[in-house]
Design a binder for this molecule. Structure first.
Ligand code: EPU
Length: 420
């Protein structure tokens, strides 16, 4: 078992490269199984546990997988099973994309209900609504989602809530349906657009991803392609916040600044300097920032996945900050951990009221989920003394080489193995 040991107080200077987007990669890899001819060669794949997990699941279905440092080649021409029921499937959220992908290609799938971070109820009713509208029969039996269709037929689907997962999953299935599907009230996140671009590279006909409505003209089959995943908006946002919190000057490279506008705007409002230049952003800060209010919202609003990292910075920002978490009802589990470090936070339902304190003090804390883990690392970096972050398997699910990246910026952080 590993933990991160951080001696806080160092400013951050230098540059870092952001890896490919987790939430794009974990959808693109399952989408690759829809290619019934040729191989998919995918680049800029982040080296994280969630990606390894999906790769193992694809192998268990009969895909041939070759992995490189940040790339993967998938040959799914000879898939032998439509049953995704391994322990890995239960571990992660994105395994639900296998339902849409297998349903699209084979018109049937049997996939265990997905796991993922404990941040809310996480229903999949909108995914099911979409599959049924396309003509599939959906049953939940013994913890599995079983979908079958004689054929899929395009139709108009208006989602009741804006859901990244439902938008992508139904788009996958509709790509290989007969006729035209129009998806409305869809998620516009950069990873939704990236998955649509990937499918189009495979021969799909999808227009409008990133706008209010997605129009999909069904095609008969998809083929392999070469593709490069977009940079990770959330990883980039996390390092930008860390740089602003610790003070210093950090060049965050290999990013798409447009995807980071809501985060940049908040950091500027707090008093940090943000300089955009092509595919990089420089964050300059003296570490003394003002509190702000945020409300998490679907893209282009402030991302829920950055709420927890930002809350760590807000614990030491001057004055009162109010966070309204409108996407996930249980995304404040990290607050008790921040309080162990001296933070002054009150949670009432979906609202956290943070009164900035002079300093946090190092403590033994745990990562309660992936982004909570990033928040605890940032808290450790700004705290006085030593912080130990436990349960970092959550962090490893989504942040490649987090300790090496922070170390290269001048942080005093190391990974230490220990036994319980
Ligand atoms: N929702 C429903 N019904 C559904 C689907 C969603 O009511 O059928 C609700 C959810 O309960 C939630 C809201 O809709 O309140 C949004 O959920 P969404 O479906 O967009 O979330 P997701 O697809 O399960 C993805 C990311 C999350 C990220 C959310 C929101 C992946 C694998 N996960 O989850 O990422 O928080 O979108 O942007 O893409 C993370 O990376 O740390 C993470 C949790």
């Amino acid at each position: 078992m590993d933990k991160l040991v951080i001696n806080g107080g160092n400013p951050l200077f230098g540059s870092i490269e952001i890896n490919g987007a987790k939430n794009a990669a974990v959808a693109i890899l399952p989408a690759a199984i829809m290619a019934s001819s040729d191989i998919c060669s995918i680049d800029n794949i982040p080296n994280i546990e969630d990606v390894h997990c999906i790769e193992r699941i694809l192998s268990s279905l009969g895909c041939k997988i070759k992995t490189g440092r940040n790339s993967v080649v998938i040959d799914s021409t000879d898939i032998v099973s439509m049953d995704a029921n391994t322990n890995d499937v239960r571990k992660m959220r994105a395994s639900y994309y296998l339902i849409g992908a297998l349903l699209g290609r084979f018109k049937e799938a049997r996939v265990e209900l997905p796991g993922g971070c404990p941040i809310g109820v996480r229903p999949i009713d909108q995914h099911i609504k979409g599959f049924e509208a396309l003509g599939a029969r959906v049953e939940i039996k013994h913890g599995c989602v079983i979908v079958k269709a004689d054929k899929l037929v395009g139709t108009n689907i208006f989602f009741d809530v804006v859901s990244v997962g439902a938008t992508i999953n139904v788009m996958l299935a509709a790509t290989l349906a007969e006729g035209i599907t129009i998806l409305e009230n869809v998620a516009k996140e950069p990873h939704v657009v990236d998955v649509a671009n990937f499918l189009n590279s495979m021969g799909a006909n999808i227009k409008g991803a990133g706008t209010e409505a997605i129009r999909i003209v069904g095609v008969k089959k998809l083929k392999g392609c070469s593709y490069s995943v977009i940079p990770d908006q959330i990883e980039a946002g996390t390092y930008m916040i860390a740089a602003a919190a610790c003070g210093g000057e950090v060049l965050v490279q290999n990013i798409i600044p447009k995807h980071l506008e809501s985060i940049s705007a908040k950091l500027i409002e707090m008093g940090a300097q943000i300089i955009e230049d092509g595919d990089s952003i420089t964050v300059k800060s003296n570490g003394k920032l003002k509190g702000v209010n945020i409300k998490t919202q679907p893209y282009p609003g402030f991302p829920t996945d950055v709420q927890q990292p930002l809350s760590a910075l807000l614990t030491v920002a001057e004055g009162r900050s109010i966070i309204n978490e409108s996407i996930w009802e249980s995304r404040f589990k990290h607050v008790d951990e921040l309080k162990k470090m001296g933070a002054n936070i009150k949670v009432e339902g979906r609202t956290a009221i943070i009164d900035g304190v002079e300093k946090l003090s190092g403590a033994v804390v745990k990562a309660t989920d992936l982004r909570a883990g990033a928040a605890m690392v940032i808290a450790g970096l700004i705290a006085e003394g030593t912080t130990e972050v436990l349960s970092i398997e959550h962090i490893d699910r989504g942040y490649p080489n987090i300790e090496d990246k922070f170390k290269a910026l001048g942080a005093d952080i190391k990974r230490v193995s220990y036994s319980k």
